[in-house]
Design a protein around this ligand. Structure first.
Ligand code: 8X3
Length: 257
């Protein structure tokens, strides 16, 4: 859908932009003056966020992308006249089973969305990011990209993989006009992250944040992404870990009561 005619403004493409951190990042980047391409599988959602951005005076377009499907990625990227910033946000967690009880299909899905999804979109956009003369790749990973915890094996494995992708890419692009920024959020209360992890069980999803004073919200991460991206182009924020004050570590969360 073309919700607004394109222009030659600096362009940011955001994956998983229909809700949570992706939607908040699209809003922030539009507020920074970028034309934003919101991509995702749920077209109604990305179109709705795009409309809100336009109503607020920004430039936004919505495009279907399933990051696990290379053809759907290529179709959108081929059509793009320019790209200055890519925010790899699509991904997520499914299940909390131990390794002993792990479901291979869930692990595969987590690897495909978090790691291969980031690979597909990044690889496809690299020529356009380089052509911009000042490109930025943002990878939204997680504190699970460098920590493990019981029941988090599949998600941590995928996020560790995404971290490796980002770190390898930074080495390989050294000398090219492209920065690689990894943002690693801890506990962020979004409408869907824990709900997806607990397969739609609202009670279990809500318990993740129970009693926690001030878990982060999507806009806290979007704010950090926009800050990192808008540093002078010689400044690369390699790796930024962001947790709420109440979360000193994955296992150390202060809860009231
Ligand atoms: C989300 C952080 O603690 O659920 O990426 O692994 S955690």
């Amino acid at each position: 859908m073309n919700v607004q005619p394109t222009d030659k403004r600096r362009t940011a493409l955001i994956t998983g932009a229909g809700s949570g951190i992706g939607a908040a990042t699209a809003r922030r980047m539009a507020a920074e003056g970028y034309r934003v391409f919101l991509t995702g599988r749920r077209v109604d959602r990305i179109e709705s966020v795009a409309r809100q951005i336009i109503a607020d005076g920004g430039l936004a377009e919505a495009r279907f992308i399933d990051v696990t499907d290379e053809r759907s990625v290529a179709a959108v990227v081929d059509d793009l006249d320019r790209c200055d910033v890519l925010v790899n946000n699509a991904g997520g967690a499914i299940g909390t089973e131990s390794v002993a009880d792990a479901n291979s299909a869930d692990w595969r899905t987590m690897y495909e969305t978090n790691v291969l999804g980031t690979l597909h979109v990044t690889r496809e956009l690299l020529p356009k990011l380089a052509a911009s003369g000042d490109g930025t790749v943002v990878v939204v990973s997680s504190t699970a990209a460098f920590t493990v915890y019981e029941g988090g094996g599949g998600y941590s494995a995928a996020k560790h993989g995404e971290h490796v992708l980002a770190a390898t890419l930074r080495l390989e692009l050294c000398g090219e006009p492209i920065r690689v920024i990894e943002i690693a959020p801890g506990m962020v209360h979004t409408e869907e992250f824990s709900l997806n992890r607990y397969r739609g069980d609202r009670e279990k999803a809500a318990a993740v944040y129970a009693g926690v004073e001030g878990p982060l919200v999507a806009d806290d991460i979007a704010d950090a992404i926009a800050w990192a991206v808008t540093r002078p182009s010689n400044v690369n924020i390699d790796f930024l870990v962001i947790k709420p004050r109440a979360q000193a570590a994955q296992h150390k969360v202060y809860r009231r009561g």
